[in-house]
Design a binder for this molecule. Structure first.
Ligand SMILES: *Cc1c(COP(=O)(O)O)cnc(C)c1O
Length: 435
């Protein structure tokens, strides 16, 4: 990722004169139909700006720090950087990516439970001061390699532990140890971070526990002479305005009680899915099909549709862009690309599989779809937070092509919103989409 300025790494299609996102998808499906029928992604950059506007209107008191791991595609980083967000990185490559987009080091946090030595050194070299720390081994690495770091202690939450079924973060008791150890080593601690995943059922309870624990750690820190000034309440925002308001109403009274504005504590959050999920659609191709018929003795064979289930194989699965299925998240059923839809088509129970022929590679367990043929296309929405462009993503194609779009009205609005798009867009090769 060097020389962004002289080598645009991506193209944005400006949708003019009533051209819609669907038209763009249709266009790429036609293109793909002539070649390999590879899966591809279409991103709507305007959606990032709309999510930002929603964030600022609902939770203006929470400073958004975008976790790069959610979606590190350069156009996303570019737009979010020009909207003024901070960034949470977990490694050297992610730090370089955001630094190259001109993000000031004070707006970057190096996160991660255990960090490679070289990455801690890289943070020190680049003046990235804020590091997350959750155990003594990390602390001693940081004190050696980055003695001027400002630490955020990662506090465990029940909700997060339940999701990952792993010890994550440190308990209140070990926070005291860690604070004492930090004081002995002369490393500064400036705050607390925690994460409550969006799968959490009882937001009120989860935030009540987490924020009162955080307050305890702040008090312990102050007792030990630390300047505790930063609270990070993590991610867990799905992207819907409704859910953001739910979180806001759970969190606001707690913040008012424990961390009022007068306390001078800066409150951050790490919205990942919130910004990117809805901005990306994935188109995949049906590459195989099987029919399973269950036989009921009492019924004449084949007379009842309920007895027939279609199994479709797609050219991407859980070892690619659907990896969050492996983490227990369900994937919403896709829509069928419209060329194959007739007015009143019968729908059948169907299941959707990735290409690996592996038991785990079931993307959608059961949904109702019209009968599909090999070669048909399926469109999955809300695919922005699936680690696109992550080198660890074992996609069946080396990297899914991503086509970025922005509508002209969003485009003007982005510029009017005072986003430094003039300089940002210098990198963009603008092409007009002609249907
Ligand atoms: C992934 C992650 C996030 C982002 O979560 P979303 O729910 O996608 O916003 C935030 N904090 C931590 C610690 C994470 O691991």
């Amino acid at each position: 990722m060097k020389g962004l300025a002289d080598k645009p790494s991506y193209i944005i299609e400006l949708l003019e004169g009533g051209v819609t996102l669907e038209d763009v998808i249709d266009g790429h499906i036609c293109e793909q139909a002539l070649v390999e029928k590879s899966a591809f992604v279409v991103g709507d950059l305007g959606a990032l700006m709309r999510q930002h506007a929603c964030w600022q209107s609902v939770v203006p008191q929470l400073q958004p720090y975008y976790p790069v791991k959610s979606n590190s595609s350069p156009a996303v980083i570019q737009v979010l950087a020009s909207l003024g967000l901070g960034f949470v990185c977990t490694n050297k490559a992610e730090m370089n990516l955001v630094l190259e987009h001109g993000v000031p080091p004070e707006n970057i946090i190096l996160s991660g439970v255990c960090k490679q030595l070289a990455h801690i050194k890289h943070a020190a070299k680049n003046n990235i001061q804020h590091l997350v720390c959750e155990n003594e081994a990390e602390l001693s690495k940081i004190s050696r390699l980055h003695p001027s770091a400002k630490l955020l202690l990662q506090l465990t939450t029940e909700a997060h532990a339940a999701e990952t079924s792993m010890a994550f973060g440190c308990s209140l008791k070990s926070c005291r140890h860690l604070l004492e150890a930090a004081r002995e080593l002369g490393v500064q601690v400036v705050g607390v971070t925690f994460h409550i995943p969006s799968s959490c059922q009882d937001l009120q309870q989860a935030y009540t526990h987490a924020l009162s624990d955080a307050r305890c750690v702040f008090d312990m820190g102050v007792d030990l002479g630390f300047n505790m000034n930063t609270l990070d309440i993590g991610g867990g925002f799905t992207g819907s305005e409704f859910q953001l308001k739910q979180v806001e109403s759970a969190v606001r009274p707690l913040l008012d009680a424990y961390f009022p504005p007068l306390s001078g504590v800066q409150v951050l959050a790490q919205p990942g899915s919130f910004y990117v999920a809805s901005a990306f659609n994935l188109a995949v191709n049906v590459i195989g099909k099987k029919v399973v018929t269950r036989h009921w003795d009492s019924l004449p064979q084949g007379e009842n549709n309920e007895d027939t289930e279609f199994l479709y194989y797609m050219n991407e699965g859980v070892y690619g862009p659907f990896s969050r299925k492996l983490l227990g998240n369900s994937i919403t059923a896709p829509s069928v690309h419209k060329h194959v839809l007739c007015a009143e088509e019968t729908v059948y129970p169907s299941s959707l599989w990735g290409p690996s022929l592996d038991q785990l590679d079931q993307v959608v367990e059961r949904c109702l779809l019209p009968e599909l043929s090999v070669g048909d296309w399926l469109l999955f929405s809300n695919m922005g937070a699936c680690g696109l462009e992550e080198s660890t993503c074992l996609s069946s194609s080396p990297q899914l092509p991503i086509y970025y779009t922005v509508s002209t009205s969003d485009w003007y609005e982005m510029q009017e919103a005072g986003v430094a798009l003039d300089s940002a867009m210098k990198d963009f090769a603008m092409v007009q989409y002609s249907a």
